[in-house]
Design a protein around this ligand. Structure first.
Ligand SMILES: *Cc1c(COP(=O)(O)O)cnc(C)c1O
Length: 356
């Protein structure tokens, strides 16, 4: 058995792989592969509609919020958001919490004025700013709900920031219950928690659109995608299909209440083990630790190498930390089982024992 702790693309439910591979050979007993059907045919329209409906249901969205499946990953959203929303003389407020927030800020600056509403740069992104100062006239506030590389997560969402709230949820989308209607825009690349690479989810309150004067290329104008129901051009058919299967799985599991409980169980097992073993160190402030991506290190680089070797021997994949942070990172996305977390925590305990 392989334990997949990859940060993204990452583990998906086994039944999703089984059904997706079957559909490559014979989709819905049509005799055709999912890869060779037209996107404007009822069988695929059903897939797209079901995916959108499942997102609405799982996130409990009201009718102002539209669900889109777009191309270009979360990275395209870094520029698409300010292009559509940052008015010519307006100010966008951003929180600066790590690599991903930094990339979003860089792109926003191409379109207008950016103010930093809160930053954890001073402590090397090992925490989430606990006080924000948001300019009341800002056209929106952007947060990165989970910093995949730094291993931090917003546990107190600034719902009452007084301006439209936007979140990059790429690495914790659908992992916990939140008041999703209080966000005006939510986006996420699918490949971490809800499917295969190639598609990203955008949930948008349609009332915030139409306020900028600049010309927006057709493919980048959210209003066109809303109007065409995510079929402005050929959508990434297979990626949307895999997302739909993953959403179905999530609903069958018991939805966000259940997955949140499982994610808490996994994170609590992992971090309590980490804290009980002095050989391992967690750089992130305890109250800001991510339940999705646990980042940890050792003081001794030789021992780090040795631990990675042990992981490899036990078929534990993706434990090496991001190159910018070093050490280790264990990603515990929705589809990762409690057994996998048990396996790596057992290995950590065993490793610590043999070194003491
Ligand atoms: C992975 C990731 C991205 C980039 O996603 P792409 O789909 O590769 O563009 C953006 N933000 C966060 C928080 C991520 O984890």
């Amino acid at each position: 058995m392989v334990h997949n702790f990859n940060a993204g693309p990452s583990v998906l439910p086994k039944e999703v792989f089984e059904e997706a591979s079957q559909s490559i050979l014979n989709f819905n007993n049509s005799g055709l592969s999912i890869l060779e059907i037209g996107h404007r045919t009822p069988p695929f329209e059903n897939v797209m509609n079901e995916a959108r409906e499942l997102v609405k249901e799982l996130m409990n969205l009201d009718n102002d919020h539209e669900v889109l499946f777009l191309h270009g990953g979360a990275t395209t959203q870094f520029m698409q958001i300010p292009m559509n929303l940052l008015t010519e003389n307006g100010i966008a407020a951003y929180t600066e919490t790590g690599t991903w927030a930094g990339k979003a800020i860089k792109e926003a600056k191409l379109f207008g004025h950016v103010e930093i509403a809160g930053s954890s740069k001073e402590d090397n992104y090992t925490s989430i700013p606990n006080k924000l100062s948001v300019i009341p006239t800002a056209v929106y506030l952007h947060i990165t709900s989970n910093e995949t590389i730094a291993g931090t997560q917003w546990h107190n969402i600034p719902y009452d920031c007084g301006v439209p709230l936007i979140a990059d949820m790429s690495s914790d989308i659908l992992s916990r219950r939140l008041d999703f209607n209080k966000f005006d825009l939510i986006y996420a690349g699918a490949q971490k928690n809800m499917g295969a690479a190639g598609v990203n989810l955008v949930v948008i309150n349609k009332n915030i659109l139409g306020k900028v004067e600049r010309a927006i290329p057709s493919m980048l104008d959210y209003r066109n995608h809303i109007k065409e129901e995510s079929m402005l051009n050929t959508p990434p058919v297979f990626a949307v299909y895999v997302a739909m299967l993953t959403l179905r799985w999530l609903k069958k599991m018991g939805g966000l209440a259940k997955i949140e409980q499982l994610n808490e169980e996994k994170a609590s097992l992992f971090y309590s083990t980490l804290d009980s073993l002095p050989i391992f160190k967690g750089p992130v402030a305890k109250e800001d630790r991510s339940k999705m991506n646990a980042v940890f290190v050792m003081d001794n680089p030789e021992l780090e190498k040795e631990f990675l070797e042990s992981c490899k021997k036990e078929n534990m994949i993706g434990v090496k930390g991001h190159r910018s942070v070093g050490g280790f990172r264990v990603s515990m996305y929705n589809a990762l089982t409690v057994e996998s977390v048990k396996a790596i925590t057992d290995l950590m305990k065993h490793f610590a024992q043999t070194k003491s």
